[in-house]
Design a protein. Structure first.
Length: 229
């Protein structure tokens, strides 16, 4: 009972996932990243071991279709899973096992996969996919967050949601954005609240590991410099 949108930004090369489900802590079990190389999402009766296997293959330069085929071939319970992969060239693929509950499926195009299982209807996926296509040129994290909200508003999943996550990686090993709501009555709304507060500080936290602390300063000082105050 999960829905998500995974995307690659052609301009920056970043990969990201926005995801929500009824079980707790979805951000810890479903999205997996090979920074600069691609993303794997494992859902439904997810096997978290498939994520690290898939990202290892992406780091070796395997295409999205090859990674998906190898993951499917390694898993005796693949028909209970739902998987997607996007590689460094933007090739995107998805697989929905035969034992997933209605409605389950995916919309796939270059640089994007919107998918879900045990949804209230196909519209949860289609509106996420359509919103992605209408927001070309906007920041990846903004597109993903808005698409997840659209999926919720279209009905989300059967039973409602309790956890959500928004995760984006560039080429560095540290995440560009990594925000998670592990238990909340309205997790996507809470994720939006946290994201709106965090958004102005995204560049600050991303560059901080390699910056001179004395020059970078505290968050409040950095924000003041950006605004010219």
């Amino acid at each position: 009972m999960t829905f998500q949108i995974a995307g690659r930004c052609e301009r920056t090369g970043r990969f990201g996932v926005a995801i929500s489900t009824r079980p707790l802590a979805v951000g810890a079990r479903c999205p997996y990243f090979a920074p600069g190389q691609g993303v794997v999402v494992s859902m439904a009766s997810t096997d978290p071991r498939l994520g690290p296997l898939g990202t290892s293959l992406l780091r070796l330069g395997f295409s999205a279709s090859k990674v998906l085929a190898d993951l499917a071939g390694s898993d005796p319970y693949i028909e209970h899973r739902q998987l997607c992969v996007i590689d460094r060239d933007g090739n995107a693929v998805a697989r929905t096992g035969a034992h997933n509950k209605v409605w389950s499926g995916a919309s796939v195009d270059r640089n994007v996969v919107a998918m879900g299982n045990n949804l209230t209807s196909e519209r949860t996926v289609s509106v996420m996919f359509d919103l992605w296509n209408r927001t070309h040129g906007e920041a990846l994290e903004d597109r993903l967050m808005a698409a997840l909200e659209a999926g919720r508003d279209a009905g989300g999943q059967n039973g409602g949601q309790q956890s959500a996550a928004l995760i984006v990686y560039g080429s560095e090993v540290n995440a560009y954005v990594d925000l998670r709501v592990d238990l909340h009555a309205e997790p996507i709304g809470e994720l939006r609240r946290v994201f709106d507060v965090f958004r102005p500080l995204i560049p600050y936290y991303y560059i901080r590991p390699s910056a001179d602390p004395a020059e970078l300063g505290r968050e409040v000082d950095w924000l003041a410099r950006q605004s010219g105050a």
